[in-house]
Design a protein around this ligand. Structure first.
Ligand code: PNS
Length: 164
C-alpha cells in the first residue's frame, strides 16, 4: 500500500489545497493530510479547528485521513510508513523554498520522495493568507474556500471587528 503525506499549516484550508489533496488521492492508496500543530505565526484557527475544517472539506474523498503533527515532517512520514510527501506548486516564487525543503527532507530521510503537483490554473494565486486578507477587507471569498470555511472566516472577522 502506497501512502503519501500532504503537509501544511492549513490556516485555513482553501480550494487550492483541496484540489491537491484530491489529485494526490488518485495517485496513492492513502493520503494523510498532516496539519502543522505549532506554527511560527499566530494562526487564526486552532489545530482542532483546522483539522475539523479539513475533515469537512475532504469528506467525499474516501482514502484521505487528517492528522496533526509536531516535529520533523519526515519522522511523521516514516511513522506512518509513507513513501512520499506531496506538495502543490503554484508559481516560480514557490519553487526556491519548496526545493530547499525537499532537499532537506531527502537528506534527513532519503527513502521519502517529495512529489510536486502543479496547481490548477484557477488556484494559482490562492493562499490562506490572501483569502484572510480579502475577507478582512470585505471581499467575496466564496470562490476561494469551501462553504464551511467561508462561514468560519466570516465569523472570525466579525469577532475581530467587535473586539475593536
Ligand atoms: O502550509 P505551509 O506553511 O507552507 O507548510 C509548511 C510545512 C508544514 C510543510 C513545513 O513547515 C514543515 O514541513 N514543517 C515541519 C518541520 C520540518 O520537518 N522541517 C524540516 C524540513 S524543511
Amino acid at each position: 500500500m502506497k501512502t503519501a503525506i500532504c503537509p501544511g499549516s492549513f490556516d485555513p484550508v482553501t480550494l487550492g489545497h483541496v484540489d491537491i489533496i484530491r489529485r494526490a488521492a488518485t495517485l496513492f492508496d492513502k493520503v494523510i493530510v498532516a496539519v502543522l500543530v505549532n506554527m511560527e505565526k499566530k494562526p487564526w484557527f486552532t489545530i482542532e479547528e483546522r483539522t475539523d475544517l479539513l475533515k469537512k472539506a475532504t469528506e467525499g474523498i474516501p482514502n484521505v485521513e487528517i492528522a496533526g503533527f509536531e516535529g520533523l515532517l519526515v519522522d511523521f512520514a516514516a511513522e506512518h510508513e509513507a513513501c512520499a510527501i506531496v506538495k502543490g506548486l503554484r508559481a516560480v516564487s514557490d519553487f526556491e523554498y519548496e526545493f530547499q525543503m525537499a532537499l532537506t527532507n531527502s537528506k534527513l530521510n532519503h527513502e521519502i520522495e517529495t512529489v510536486f503537483l502543479t496547481t490548477s490554473a484557477e488556484n494559482m494565486y490562492l493562499s490562506s493568507s490572501i483569502v484572510k486578507q480579502v475577507g478582512l477587507l470585505g471581499g467575496d471569498i466564496s470562490p476561494f474556500v469551501p462553504d464551511c470555511v467561508r462561514e468560519e472566516i466570516l465569523l472570525r472577522i466579525n469577532q475581530r471587528s467587535q473586539r475593536k
